[in-house]
Design a protein around this ligand. Structure first.
Ligand SMILES: NC(=O)c1ccc[n+]([C@@H]2O[C@H](COP(=O)([O-])OP(=O)(O)OC[C@H]3O[C@@H](n4cnc5c(N)ncnc54)[C@H](OP(=O)(O)O)[C@@H]3O)[C@@H](O)[C@H]2O)c1
Length: 288
């Protein structure tokens, strides 16, 4: 029971292939999740919470927010009328995380976000594509509305593939900001106390963002494996890493915009509105 990972997947063919070749010693369970639907996120989160509560699943040791979505010249909107890049790369992960907090392993639970160097307009890895070259693109988050509704870097204003690249980067930026805001604001958010950091002693929560700018496209499962084995490396990262940011296996810092605490707070408050988070949907208190 203790060692049974729960796997949430859409079709997730690469993951299916990896699981097919996995040792039979390791058990897994699967749920399909559609990040383009907030209703589906709620359904899956509630199902998992019920199973952890009745003991048919163990508490979540690691929540790995791996799914990513990228458009090029096209631009789609979700059934929630939100920009697909921002909803799939960020808002649905935000909602899923808040709803699953109650099911996290209270002592050892960890959250891993897969970021991307595209969150940082000044990252040299973006130079070859050049989507942030023009100075109008040096800031990604002016206001949440522009990202949520897809008016920032829209396909209508820029029909090149760079527009979709930038929206993907913006989704990743939001996800990194979410982790930093939560770790800074809530004393022990994985424990679900939700006490604000200034009003309670720090507790045990732990989150890591991995930004694989060194990622090779040919062998993603293996590279992701390397990065995810690093997140359990408590010898070098410590038992309770806080808002740690990795580039590959190196500990580093995200962009200055990702570290902007005022913007992090704005994004958090607006996320409550866009996801329509209701009382009782998260064990985090003080979330509003
Ligand atoms: N590859 C890179 O160079 C690179 C670099 C930096 C960061 N990353 C990040 O690393 C993570 C994994 O990347 P990857 O290259 O392995 O990506 P990938 O092969 O394209 O896999 C993305 C996964 O996300 C799932 N997904 C997409 N839209 C979804 C939705 N609406 N609902 C549920 N699942 C959805 C896909 O499901 P389906 O199987 O159903 O399509 C797929 O399993 C992503 O977060 C990515 O942004 C990748």
């Amino acid at each position: 029971m203790e060692s049974t990972p729960l796997v949430i997947l859409s079709t997730a063919s690469k993951l299916q292939d990896a699981l097919a070749g996995a040792s039979s010693e390791h058990q897994h369970d699967e749920y399909s999740l559609d990040l383009s639907s907030l209703a589906n996120v709620r359904l899956v989160a509630n199902t998992i919470n019920m199973r952890v509560a009745d003991g048919s699943l163990p508490p979540i040791r690691a929540l790995v927010l791996n799914a990513g979505y990228q458009e090029h010249t096209e631009q789609y909107f979700s059934e929630d009328s939100l920009d697909m890049s921002v909803q799939c790369n960020y808002l649905s992960h935000w909602l899923l995380t808040l709803m699953l907090l109650q099911s996290m392993d209270k002592q050892r639970g960890r959250i891993l976000v897969l970021g991307s160097s595209t969150h940082d307009p000044n990252h040299p890895a973006n130079d070859s594509v050049g989507m942030f070259k023009d100075k109008q693109w040096k800031i990604l988050l002016h206001d949440t509305h522009g990202l949520a509704k897809g008016t920032w870097s829209s396909a209508r204003d820029d029909s090149s593939f760079k527009a979709g690249f930038r929206r993907y980067g913006a989704g990743k930026l939001c996800e990194i900001m979410m982790m930093r805001h939560a770790e800074r604001t809530y004393a022990s958010w994985i424990e679900g106390f939700g006490g604000r950091r200034d009003s309670r002693a720090a507790g045990s929560s732990s989150s890591i963002t991995a930004d694989e700018s060194k990622w090779g496209n040919s062998d993603n499962v293996k590279v992701c494996g390397r990065c995810s084995s690093r997140i359990f490396d408590s010898k070098s990262l410590g038992e309770m890493p806080k808002a740690l940011y990795l580039n590959g296996t190196d500990v580093t810092q995200p962009s200055p915009e990702a570290r902007d605490m005022v913007k992090q707070g704005m994004l958090w408050r607006d996320s409550i509105t866009y996801a329509n988070l209701q009382q009782g949907e998260t064990t985090l208190s003080d979330w509003d």
